[in-house]
Design a protein around this ligand. Structure first.
Ligand code: C2E
Ligand code: MG
Ligand code: MG
Ligand code: MG
Length: 285
């Protein structure tokens, strides 16, 4: 390709792009087989009410156990799935699986709300509202047991369309959260028009909450915005007792993060909830 003795950096560059394209193609190929091969599973991260320290729900997060590469993080394959369209099928599997789990937990006396991440690509589909409502019905899960996490970018391509769909979902009883709030194209206009009930403070603002003044101010602003718009605010990525303490006294009502628990397999999640609530009982007697 590149001339010998020529620019070796250029040669290296071409080789690495070539490599990247090949890897990406391989990833897409593997991704297309992942569902049939049952390589996906969901883990659940508890969401905590900071006022009474009870688990109010769980966020379902997808995991891909690749036969050769091992665990591939969602940030590495969800964007690929969004570009090639396979997120539609994957997203429907997530919804189905999460509703099945919600029904199981309800039957076990643990009627928790489950939040799933809905991709902008899914929201753009004409059939998405019916698909979601059908899935709930199929599993006999009441709509108020489901929360959809959408990002600000979902509203950007076609605001009218997104507003209309989210209204229908909300009217059916589903709650809507804006995920990664503050990192996207935040506009107060859409917040006013969107039927959203929760704002999730992105974990990048929580990480250095107590050491970086900008992050403190951003978190404070989101908490205040939530209060004035009557939206509940969820802090994500809470890792320390100090962060929890700060957020609690600042008026943030909900949180999730490694401080409470990492995302867990269903059995471990049940054990966690039982133990967490037992601790409250013990501390109160
Ligand atoms: P997200 O929805 O903002 O999820 C929060 C991410 O933060 C999760 O990463 C979670 O494991 C991680 N996390 C939770 N607590 C902590 C903490 O205390 N510290 C740190 N450092 N991280 C924490 P995960 O599971 O790797 O997911 C990454 C992203 O992939 C998600 O961000 C979401 O955008 C996307 N994703 C995951 N599952 C799905 C899915 O089923 N469908 C779609 N469309 N996207 C998904
Ligand atoms: Mg999320
Ligand atoms: Mg998030
Ligand atoms: Mg995210």
């Amino acid at each position: 390709l590149a001339k010998q003795g020529g620019n070796s950096r250029f040669q290296f560059y071409v080789a690495s792009i070539d490599q990247e394209i090949r890897e990406r193609k391989q990833l897409e190929k593997d991704l297309s087989k992942a569902q049939a091969n049952r390589e996906f599973h969901l883990v659940y991260q508890p969401q905590i009410n900071l006022e009474n320290r009870r688990v109010i729900g769980a966020e379902a997060l997808i995991r891909w156990e690749h036969p050769v590469r091992g665990l591939v993080p969602p940030d590495d394959f969800i964007p690929v799935a969004e570009v090639n369209g396979s997120i539609v099928e994957i997203g429907q599997w997530v919804l189905d699986q999460a509703c099945w789990q919600a029904a199981q937990w309800a039957a076990d006396g643990m009627p928790l709300r489950i939040a799933i991440n809905l991709s902008a690509v899914q929201l753009r589909r004409d059939t998405i509202v019916d698909d979601i409502l059908d899935t709930l019905e199929r599993h006999s899960v009441p709509a108020n047991r489901l929360e959809l996490e959408v990002t600000e970018t979902s509203f950007m391509t076609n605001l009218e369309d997104a507003v209309e769909k989210l209204h229908r979902l909300h009217q059916a009883g589903i709650s809507i959260a804006v995920d990664d709030f503050g990192t996207g194209y935040s506009s107060l206009t859409y917040l006013k028009r969107m039927p959203v009930q929760h704002l999730k403070i992105d974990k990048q603002f929580i990480r250095d909450l107590l050491v970086n003044e900008d992050d403190t101010r951003i978190a404070n602003t989101i908490i205040d915005l939530g209060r004035s718009l009557n939206l509940s605010v969820v802090a994500e990525g809470v890792e320390t007792a100090e962060q929890e303490y700060y957020l609690t006294q600042r008026g943030c009502k909900l949180a999730q993060g490694y401080f409470f628990s990492k995302p867990l397999l269903p059995d471990d999640f049940e054990t966690f909830v039982a133990g967490f609530h037992q601790k409250i009982v013990e501390n109160n007697v």
